[in-house]
Design a protein around this ligand. Structure first.
Ligand code: PEP
Length: 250
């Protein structure tokens, strides 16, 4: 039985003051969150602060990215061991903003995924198609290639301790959510592709949906057979909205 996983990706937002009140708000509502695993992914510089703010709670910590190398001359990067030292459990890799704004290829994303695993972090592998790719009818081809790069480097066994986030790029930060049926179709494709390699891993892996999830649409999305929670951007910056999403699985 898969558990619902809701992760808030704060992106490059916040200040010491605002993250304190955001975490305060989320903590206050956590008693109302049943059977959902909750994660927050702050900007890297705030990870130590958030780690101490969530100590003793059920909220887990994740990073928004991770260096593909373990240590050395990689200016501006953050190593998996450093994230682990501050209590991170998850590392997002291949977010569409990293792919499109910073030119991260499928191969580099796969290396970041591998680095997360070496550090003992659970990678949250983001995949998803652009609007023009959906319109061309090549969504499965695009998502399939994004998965293949990781499968080639790390193998199907690595997915026993990984999370996949299907995030159609046209739905991220746009207010345009994929319909539950549109999302379910791609989630089912991902699970079936993995099932071709290992049925147990495919059955157990958590596949989140991401793209303009809000309290008002989370129940319907998370109710679909192959949707196991969400990766949340904008709505994760508002404690009440984020909690409403976390409570959608109740
Ligand atoms: C995201 O950044 O992963 C995301 C899904 O953003 P939003 O919820 O704002 O669409």
């Amino acid at each position: 039985m898969r558990r619902i996983l809701v992760a808030g990706n704060w992106k490059m937002n916040g200040s010491i003051e605002s993250i304190k009140s955001l975490i305060d708000g989320v903590k206050q509502g956590m008693s109302g969150v049943k059977s959902t695993d909750v994660v927050v992914c702050p900007p890297a510089i705030y990870i130590p602060e958030v780690a101490s703010l969530i100590e003793g709670t059920a909220i887990a910590l994740g990073s928004q990215n991770i260096c593909d190398q373990d240590s050395g001359a990689y200016t501006g990067e953050v190593a998996g061991s450093m994230l682990k030292e501050y209590g991170c459990k998850y590392a997002i890799v291949g977010h569409s903003e990293r792919r499109s704004l910073y030119g991260e290829s499928n191969e580099l994303v796969a290396k970041r995924y591998a680095a997360a695993r070496r550090a003992g972090l659970t990678p949250v592998l983001c995949v998803g198609e652009l609007l023009e790719e959906r319109e061309q009818g090549i969504t499965e081809e695009v998502v399939g290639k994004q998965l293949d790069a990781v499968l080639e480097l790390e193998g199907i066994a690595s997915f026993a301790d990984a999370v996949i986030a299907y995030e159609p790029v046209w739905a991220i930060g746009t207010g345009k959510t994929a319909t539950p049926d549109q999302a379910q179709e791609v989630h089912a494709f991902i699970r079936k592709k993995l099932a071709g390699l290992d049925a147990t891993i495919a059955e157990n892996i958590v596949i989140q949906y991401g793209g303009s999830v809000k309290g008002s649409n989370a129940v319907e999305l998370f109710g679909m057979q192959d949707i196991d929670g969400g990766l949340i951007g904008g709505a994760a910056l508002d404690a009440n909205e984020f909690l409403a999403i976390c409570q959608a699985a109740n």
